[in-house]
Design a protein around this ligand. Structure first.
Ligand code: SF4
Length: 551
């Protein structure tokens, strides 16, 4: 089963980037753009109702967080993606105005991303723009953008990709900054996809053989256009169309660039009147042809009038490029996580420890076991004590009314007689606050007498099967080792939010119980405090500690 990765998409436009990312399991939960018509296109082709119109320059990180929380489904984003409008940094923009408000949108992206990451501990972000931003002319601006990404807690990877190497019949270079959360993944080296330089698609490959489009008229609606509702174009009124426009570099000027059948298209970046001329020279290309050149699938439909369609198509990121970036992110972050989980669970099948509290789903029994396991190393004696307690007091009501000296006698082998009173208080808490039931709620569990964060999480995961991470000192050591985290181990790891989040990220969906037990057993048998048995470890090849000691 493929892991789905929730993302937030800023400046989503008509959805080229998100469509590509979606093919690799990145699912937008909130998408925002300033163009109403682009939002309409997005919602009709991507995830329905996800995109909303809003002016991002006026939004705060707090507002985006409230939009995410307002969904009410508890899903937290793991990444943010977006390509702020890039005209200010475009090489072809000779009238650069330092006061252009669009100059500040990349910094806006960074500030929103920082706030959202602070709240949800994002794994990554993807920032896309024109390559001009990486030029000498904009060096200062780009430096300040990078600085704000670093301040937000990310290691940066910068690359320029040309769409023509990714199965797109268009030479279109884009700049990407991919950020990987440096607290969570300090050792991940993100590698940009290389694409395939030996397989270049031409204009003929993608629009050759198409029927002639319909010419624009005001009365036309989508339903009137045969073949595909975007297969329409401007009327070829200029005499130039009958004057043998012979190639794409002719002196016809920027407004009459003719495509070449046997080459990829130049970058589709149309002003309203600058749609490329068809390779046969008799008209401009249709919107559908432009969509094919961008690599949109044929079932994609761009809505709006002709001018609106022109802007949406030419502003889009070719989906295939986004798909390749998504694949690289999966390889860098999620594939190792999935492999770690899978290997741990497989190892557990053959190597698990067997205890009576692991053979039940009864929340009361598991709660009692977790209470007894607190600060107890004598596990054999604990099995005996656990069995006697559960057999003598099989319900919270019986335990709450236990004779204290009888209970102390049962606990005696552990040498912790005071625990008798604690157990009775715990049972009393269940009776008085929860009608004798174990609550399925982290806060309510923690409020029970003598139950800390770790035990509460363990009950939710082991008794109720919730995808809840558990982090004790041993598991925190494992996380530090495998992900190469630096610094001393925390004194109370169960309460360390970042560690719980990190452990949560490697839990395979719906399998927390098995996964958490596997982690506990691996830490007890293999990843020991002083001498980890790395050579016997099933996740050795993913482990930063092992690599550091064997290179
Ligand atoms: S390889 Fe060694 S340090 Fe890494 S998780 Fe396994 S036992 Fe622990």
């Amino acid at each position: 089963m493929r892991l789905e990765i929730p993302i937030v998409s800023l400046f989503c436009g008509c959805g080229g980037m998100d469509y590509g990312l979606k093919q690799k399991g990145f699912v937008p939960i909130v998408a925002i753009d300033n163009s109403e018509i682009a939002i309409k296109t997005y919602n009709e082709n991507n995830v329905p109702h996800v995109a909303v119109k809003s002016d991002i320059s006026k939004l705060s990180g707090k507002k985006i967080i409230s939009m995410i929380d307002g969904l009410g489904n508890g899903i937290k984003p793991r990444g943010i993606v977006g390509g702020p409008p890039c005209q200010p940094f475009s090489i072809s923009n000779v009238y650069h105005n330092p006061e252009d408000p669009r100059n500040f949108l990349p910094l806006k992206f960074a500030s929103i991303m920082k706030a959202v990451s602070k709240k949800y501990k994002l794994d990554f972000f993807v920032f896309e723009n024109v390559v001009g931003l990486n030029s000498k002319k904009h060096a200062n601006v780009f430096e300040s953008i990078k600085k704000s990404f670093i301040d937000a807690g990310f290691n940066l990877f910068i690359g320029e990709l040309n769409a023509k190497y990714f199965g797109v019949a268009q030479s279109r270079k884009r700049l990407f900054v991919v950020g990987i959360n440096k607290d969570l993944y300090p050792n991940i080296e993100f590698k940009f996809p290389k694409g395939n330089k030996d397989c270049i698609h031409t204009v003929r490959d993608v629009i050759g053989g198409l029927p002639e489009p319909i010419f624009f008229s005001r009365s036309l609606s989508a339903g009137d256009i045969p073949f595909h509702q975007n297969h329409w174009t401007m009327n070829p009124k200029s005499p130039k169309f009958s004057n043998n426009l012979d190639n794409e570099n002719s002196a016809n000027g920027r407004s009459f660039r003719k495509l070449h059948w046997d080459k990829p298209s130049n970058t589709l970046a149309f002003g309203h009147r600058e749609i490329n001329v068809h390779p046969n020279g008799h008209r401009r290309i249709s919107m559908f042809e432009a969509m094919r050149i961008q690599g949109f699938p044929d079932n994609y439909k761009i809505v709006g009038n002709l001018t609106q369609q022109v802007y949406q198509v030419s502003d889009a990121l070719p989906p295939n490029v986004a798909l390749a970036i998504g694949e690289s992110i999966r390889k860098a972050i999620y594939l190792p996580q999935m492999r770690i989980s899978k290997k741990l669970i497989n190892w557990y099948k053959e190597n698990h420890r067997d205890y009576p509290w692991r053979n039940t789903n009864d929340p009361y029994s598991i709660l009692i076991a977790e209470k007894l396991l607190q600060q107890t190393a004598a596990i054999d004696k604990l099995v005996e004590v656990y069995n006697r307690i559960i057999n003598t007091y099989p319900t919270p009501w019986l335990l709450a009314h236990a004779d204290i000296s009888d209970l102390e006698d049962i606990i005696q082998p552990l040498g912790l007689r005071y625990r008798a009173k604690e157990l009775r208080a715990l049972a009393n808490g269940l009776i008085t606050r929860h009608n004798g039931e174990v609550p399925r709620d982290l806060k309510k569990l923690i409020e029970l007498p003598g139950i800390g964060e770790y035990a509460a999480r363990a009950v939710l995961s082991l008794a109720f099967g919730e995808d809840m991470p558990i982090v004790d000192t041993n598991i925190s050591r494992f996380l530090y080792r495998i992900f190469g985290l630096e610094g001393p181990l925390p004194s109370n790891p169960a309460r360390k939010k970042a560690l719980n989040e990190l452990a949560g990220k490697i839990i395979p969906k719906g399998r927390a119980r098995k996964f958490n037990l596997a982690l506990l057993d691996l830490c007890a048998k293999i990843c020991k405090p002083n001498k980890p048995q790395c050579l016997e470890c099933p996740v050795q090849m993913h482990c930063a500690y092992y690599r550091g000691h064997n290179n």
